[in-house]
Design a protein around this ligand. Structure first.
Ligand SMILES: Nc1nc2c(c(=O)[nH]1)N(C=O)[C@@H](CNc1ccc(C(=O)N[C@@H](CCC(=O)O)C(=O)O)cc1)CN2
Ligand SMILES: Nc1ncnc2c1ncn2[C@@H]1O[C@H](COP(=O)(O)OP(=O)(O)OP(=O)(O)O)[C@@H](O)[C@H]1O
Length: 176
């Protein structure tokens, strides 16, 4: 199957999840992440602000934005900027209907020590397929000091995803 066919398969699987299952999975995934040294040692985290069909990050982001520096992506053309998250009051709707922080973007990408990456599908050994914009494929190589963690629903885990040379492998994937 090519990437677009696989994206449709996963989209269908995610549609079948109930609200309760989505909440339970998100809690399970972030509980495991919170317990890991990767998270405990991290101080500057790039997360994502989840869309309705993605593993929910809103609770996690709000829980930790006071104790750690949390950043979110902001789409500008073909690139994403990294912008500090300062609460839901300073979020605005951006490209693809995603809520994004409205402050100034950071320029020192080296301080990001953990990046939590959304994806359409992952393999257990860290290969990832995204929504197809190539945004994270271009961003991740710039984050020289970041551990890359994928998060997903169980139904997004596949034995194999189509791999292209530009695809960046995750260091670990948490799913539930
Ligand atoms: N929550 C979240 N934020 C993110 C991403 C993401 O995957 N999730 N991105 C990760 O790159 C970047 C934005 N890229 C995105 C690319 C496509 C779509 C999207 O909804 N695409 C539609 C199809 C659109 C079309 O084909 O015209 C879809 O997947 O249904 C969303 C975000 C940065 N921010
Ligand atoms: N490092 C890169 N430099 C330039 N173009 C790239 C790079 N990585 C990916 N692209 C381009 O972006 C497009 C989408 O790539 P791909 O389907 O792998 O995205 P994805 O990993 O699913 O998306 P995303 O990373 O946004 O979640 C492709 O046309 C690809 O050629």
């Amino acid at each position: 199957m090519d990437k677009n066919e696989l994206r449709k398969v996963i989209q269908k699987r995610k549609k079948n999840l109930s609200k309760e299952e989505r909440i339970a999975s998100s809690m399970e995934v972030f509980k495991a992440l919170e317990a890991s040294p990767i998270f405990q040692n991290a101080t500057h985290l790039l997360c994502y602000w989840s869309l309705f069909d993605e593993l929910d990050t809103h609770y996690f982001v709000n829980k930790y934005c006071k104790n750690k520096s949390i950043y979110l992506p902001r789409v500008v053309g073909d690139e994403v900027e990294i912008v500090p998250y300062c609460g839901e009051a300073s979020m605005e709707k951006g490209a693809f209907g995603i809520m994004e922080p409205n402050g100034s973007a950071i320029s020192n990408y080296n301080e990001i020590d953990l990046v939590i990456v959304p994806g359409v599908a992952f393999t257990t050994d860290g290969y990832r397929m995204g929504r197809g914009g190539g945004y994270y494929d271009r961003l991740l190589p710039l984050l020289a000091n970041a551990t890359k963690v994928g998060v997903a629903y169980k139904c997004q885990m596949l034995n194999q995803v189509p791999i292209e040379p530009h695809d960046v492998k995750m260091d670990q994937v948490f799913w539930g």
